[in-house]
Design a protein around this ligand. Sequence first.
Ligand SMILES: Cc1cc2nc3c(=O)[nH]c(=O)nc-3n(C[C@H](O)[C@H](O)[C@H](O)COP(=O)(O)OP(=O)(O)OC[C@H]3O[C@@H](n4cnc5c(N)ncnc54)[C@H](O)[C@@H]3O)c2cc1C
Length: 457
Amino acid sequence: MTAVPDPTEPLAGWANTAPTPATVLRPQDVDELAAALDRPSPRGVVARGLGRSYGDPAQNAGGLVALTTGVSGIHHLDLEAGLVTAEAGTSIDALIRWLVPLGWFVPVTPGTRQVTVGGAIASDVHGKNHHKVGSWCDAVEALTIVTPAGGRQQITPASHPDLFWATAGGMGLTGIILDATIRLTRVRTSLLSVDTDRTPDLDTTLDLMESGDHAYDYSVAWIDLMARGAAVGRSILDRGRFADPEQLSDRQRRDPLGFRSGSLATFPDLAPTSLITRTTVRAFNEVWYRKAPRRRRDHLQTISQFFHPLDMVDRWNRVYGPRGLLQWQCAVPPDATDDLRWIVQQISASGQPSFLAVLKRFGPGNAGPLSFPVEGWTLALDVPAGADPDLGQLLDRLDDRVVAAGGRLYLAKDSRLRPELLEAMYPRLDEWRKARDAADPDGRLASDLGRRLGLIG
Ligand SMILES: Cc1cc2nc3c(=O)[nH]c(=O)nc-3n(C[C@H](O)[C@H](O)[C@H](O)COP(=O)(O)OP(=O)(O)OC[C@H]3O[C@@H](n4cnc5c(N)ncnc54)[C@H](O)[C@@H]3O)c2cc1C
């Protein structure tokens, strides 16, 4: 009798560019999640959280994908020490909902709350506070991981430095994370006190960030990549910190730690083509820039307004239509401002319609050989995929400049990097491969990204 193959489902990243079919496992507890590693599959297995990586790290064409979102919840909460132990499929959204009313916040949050604890470790995600506190894994005290070689084990940076740091930013290729203990940040209110500066050009933005970011816990600049001439790189710079109770109005003070959120709307699955065109984005960017205050101080904003404005529209990626989008994010050293200026000028001159472009500063990176953040600047931008035949060449040129500047691209956002550039971008790749080989000598863990970039054999 011929065995009936497992049914497969197409899976894509958030950019929705290259779906591939995989057999999807839906474990409901940590034991079932750990057992995903024992399921036979010639194409291996990879974990998948909420699928918010833009490219293909949580895809595994022809193999197994273990969806972690059924494995979610808090094991242990120490409100004195500010430590939480959560299962790998727990979202940052859920953590924020539970913890903020208790006076604690996640140490780091990306631009969306719809990210799991496992996904945050595997990409070693960063937020608007990297210059102050580093990335997500810097706040991980311990994690439980199952690997083909070692089985289930609890590891800390001190007990298993090689495996711990290879897993931090290791894109799910060292094992399946089952849970993690995370150090939280104390907050006295759920509102942020935000200072805004509207800048006329990139140099003013860079100057303001260089001279002033140290005074703020969080900092991010939105850049108008459609602006030309003297206005290239004009920005809206938002910087802030959690507000003190004294800054709140009487009404706000009645519930200083209240957290309410939800998406305001869901983007309809109707757009037959991308709504993102040069004309619409140029007009949008102009309005967005003009409506920002030139200079505003101590403006109170909610967590959603400051950290996660995109979450207010569920499935906003549909605005790019069926061809999806490309996200490109680089990090370059502190003195690479000429390179940064060149990159911004190139994008601006190309007329690529990019309205989600942000600039942040990174503090020193951590010990993870594949962890993305390195000290300096990081620029992230979205552009529609498949609309402009010159886009690939433009991004290749930008990649080359990033390498020449001693920088790198973010693997969680990538879907198109030339594999030969990887080693130059991540000079400690061999160290990472050694740790991965020790954890997974027979190559059970596999993903589309791992194969595409030659991370795995
Ligand atoms: C709107 C938006 C804004 C964003 N902003 C930022 C930002 O500011 N900073 C930033 O750093 N990132 C940002 N990201 C990227 C996002 O934070 C990362 O891609 C993150 O890894 C997504 O988590 P996820 O749970 O969706 O994981 P997935 O996308 O499902 O998977 C990502 C990786 O994690 C691995 N993984 C997931 N769970 C496990 C597990 N249990 N064990 C082992 N490996 C696992 C997967 O194999 C894969 O390699 C943003 C993404 C979006 C869509």
